[in-house]
Design a protein around this ligand. Structure first.
Ligand SMILES: *Cc1c(COP(=O)(O)O)cnc(C)c1O
Length: 405
């Protein structure tokens, strides 16, 4: 296929490996080069080659990632979504919120959202005059009641959530958001585009912390926004170019605020994206085995994994996702016991973050979710969260057996 060929009807992994990643036209290099450069020679004033002028505005390595992640999130056969790569997941979120919110606006956010997303909405946007309501997204009546016609601009969805793995109905939430004149954003970090395609279910915007599964190797921090074709600014708000396109507004803000992904970070993230499908298959298989094993363990009081029949969102997850993901949370009865388990594993590394090839264990209450202690988003103190990696599953089970004693 040549540069302009269309990967939109190919399968997920074919798109992740090829979209935006044609062999280099001058050398034939099969992997996009790292364009470690800030500026570009012009052929006469304004004579840009391929539109490149300055690397905050655009850089070819970043373009490759933006094209590939947009293709990965575009439902098969649908009009192409537009992708934007940032220096972190929170930078992507911040850019999106600035593009579509004004003082006086309102956001509905899940009551178990990722702590950093909640902090951004509550403590950064709050002082700029944006207020929010935190609700349980699995309660559609509560969501409907929280949406304020003419004032709520964004319904923020995370499914499955971090760390309680709540599952919510993207299609039903999209209908509620749109009826209230709000945009539906889905944080697809946990599921990844391989397991869940929010745009096919009605989402306007998808956000990723590509630091997690998309990067996949715990070696780069990054974020991405993918905007569905045709997504329009909420509440009749104008994009800075006078139009109504959310993608154009995000493009303007990405360049104006400048929290872009650097070339090497974009290259690493793109390298991860190519193997996302095969890695997720193994993450899911291992997580399923770990969750089933924990459920039988006498010291474990509750296992939270959408793939278990005991999970309240199991049926919905089966409908909405290809598989159930690599995250497993469980409760052991007391904070003391949880801290002890976290300190005794050897294969599972005690660390924040998730989504890498190596297994991680953490205590959300004292670690990733310490910033939401005392708020509506506080998590149980006996909760342990696992990011199940792609090691050999027998070694993971033996490690947990040792740690649970
Ligand atoms: C990590 C994470 C974020 C924030 O992304 P950073 O890359 O750390 O800025 C947002 N949402 C979810 C679900 C996350 O796990």
């Amino acid at each position: 296929m040549t540069h302009h060929d269309d990967w939109s009807t190919t399968g997920f992994s074919t798109r992740a490996i090829h979209a935006g990643q044609d062999p280099d036209p001058t050398t034939g290099a099969v992997v996009p080069p790292i364009h470690q450069v800030s500026t570009y020679k012009q052929d006469g004033v304004g004579g840009l080659r391929g539109g490149y002028e300055y690397s905050r505005s655009a850089n070819p390595t970043r373009t490759a990632l933006e094209t590939a992640i947009a293709a990965a999130e575009t439902p098969s056969g649908a009009a192409p979504a537009r992708g934007f790569a940032f220096s972190s997941g929170l930078a992507a979120e911040d850019t999106f919120l600035r593009a579509v919110l004004r003082p006086g606006d309102h956001v509905v956010i899940p009551d178990d959202a990722y702590g950093g997303s909640y902090r951004l909405v509550a403590r950064v946007f709050g002082p700029w005059g944006v207020d929010h309501t935190a609700v349980d997204l699995s309660d559609l009546d509560a969501v409907e009641a929280a949406l304020v016609q003419g004032r709520t601009r964004v319904l923020w969805v995370e499914t499955p959530t971090n760390p309680l793995l709540g599952v919510s109905d993207i299609a039903a939430l999209a209908e509620l958001a749109h009826a209230a004149g709000a945009l539906l954003l889905v944080d697809n970090t946990f599921a990844t585009p391989y397991l869940q395609q929010p745009i096919a279910l009605g989402a306007d915007v998808v956000v990723h912390s590509t630091t997690k599964y998309v990067g996949g190797h715990s070696d780069v921090v990054g974020g991405a926004l993918v905007v569905a074709d045709g997504a329009a600014m909420p509440g009749g708000l104008q994009a800075p170019d006078g139009g109504t396109s959310v993608a154009d507004a995000v493009a303007f803000h990405q360049n104006s605020s400048g929290a872009v992904a650097g070339p090497f970070d974009a290259w690493l993230t793109l390298r991860g994206l190519r193997t996302l499908g095969v890695r997720m298959d193994r993450h899911c298989a291992n997580a399923h085995a770990v969750a089933g094993w924990l459920e039988q363990h006498p010291r474990v009081e509750q296992v939270i994994y959408p793939g278990l029949a005991s999970h309240p969102g199991h049926e919905l997850a089966t409908r909405q996702m290809r598989d159930y993901g690599g995250m497993v949370s469980f409760r052991v009865g007391s904070e003391e016991a949880a801290l002890e388990v976290c300190s005794r594993t050897r294969v599972f590394t005690l660390a924040e973050s998730l989504g890498g090839v190596e297994s991680l264990i953490e205590h959300p209450g004292r670690m990733t979710h310490a910033s939401v202690a005392g708020s509506a988003l506080e998590v149980p103190s006996d909760l342990v969260r696992l990011s199940v990696g792609i090691e050999d599953v027998e070694d993971l089970l033996a490690d947990l057996e040792r740690a649970l004693g």
